[in-house]
Ligand binder design. Sequence first.
Ligand code: ADP
Ligand code: MG
Length: 403
Amino acid sequence: MLKEKEGKYNRMLSIRDLPLTGKRVLIRVDLNVPLNEEGIADDSRLRAIVPTVQYARSQGGRVILMSHLGRPEGRYEPHLSLRPCAAHLSTLLGIPVSLAPDCCGPITQEIVAALKPGEVLLLENLRFHLGEEEPEREPTFAPQLAALGDLYIQEAFGAMHRAHASITEITHFFPGKAAIGFLVEREIAYLDEVLHTPRRPLHALLGGAKVSTKFKVIQTLLAKADVVLIGGAMAHTFFLAQGIPMGDSLVENRFMESARALLEMPVARDKLLLPVDLVVTNAAHEIRTISIEEGVPIGYRSVDIGPRTIKYYGEVLQSAATLFWNGPLGLFETPPFNRGTEAIAHLIARLPHATTIVGGGDSLAAVHQAGVADRFTHLSTGGGASLEYIEQGHLPGLDALSH
Ligand code: ADP
Ligand code: MG
């Protein structure tokens, strides 16, 4: 699909294009999973790579998986070991998955050399080495990783916006032997649909905490989409820019001027929708609904979209043929301030014919919390990567595969 649509990625290979039999298939995956006291809090990213791993095994490949986890910043941190991921992958794949004690070095090389066709090895956290995030400071790191594989597969969609050793540098060592896996192919295909060939009308629903991190995405989507609906704390800065008091709500004063300029653009007047009411709360935990004309009273902060906004957005969304959603519409982690997000999630889940795509760590958590995850067309495993792809139209990890 990619090949036909995007001229830029014409020469990008798919895992299907490479003969895997007997080869050491080095696969960059994204196992940067959320952890809690009991271990892996959400295994979506592990499940997402299973088809590619099973395919490589079925072709007789010797599978070597590599990933980062958290931010150990070049040091060994026992609590950021990928051991729990190896154990859980064993369960998902139905075969033992061993963990190499390091992602490079002589011991790892020996373990890799002993790997048989169909077997799966997981390398220890790439970020235990400084060279992963800062390839220029440890130039020998990428070649060491590259030496472990005959072929390279990019399957770490959630990390493809990072120019790290295992994402970009490493591809230089695999001319004609680097390809994307099934997950990356699917992620890009859905985002390409949003960007280039959406069934219209295309609706974008954007929420979350900060307007600053998503300002460019709002601009891009205003150009591409037919309607852009804003919710969450990012709406506050837009209100402030219109002179509406926001009380103690989360706002970004620095972005007020940009927000004002954006609101004055004709395209924003045509397409940008803001909430018409908000749920607010104060230090005494009193909860009120206010209309936007009133503004947020002193001592109160806005924590959710109000019932009139839920109804209004609900009606607007009915006409969507394609919907891209990123960012919760309120403080969804703290019920009852999940009401707006949950109501809208249910409503989207019931849209009969729309292609619905949701991305973002917190957005996915919200959709799972609402119990409607399986009713969406596509749940993106990469929040930052999906936003950057929409914003810029390309990703470092894709560019590295298509020179
Ligand atoms: P994602 O991870 O899906 O990209 P973000 O990280 O941008 O989403 O934003 C999610 C965060 O935004 C959540 O922690 C949520 O509580 C917060 N948020 C949304 N609306 C509000 C609000 N009105 N006030 C405070 N925080 C909010
Ligand atoms: Mg987030």
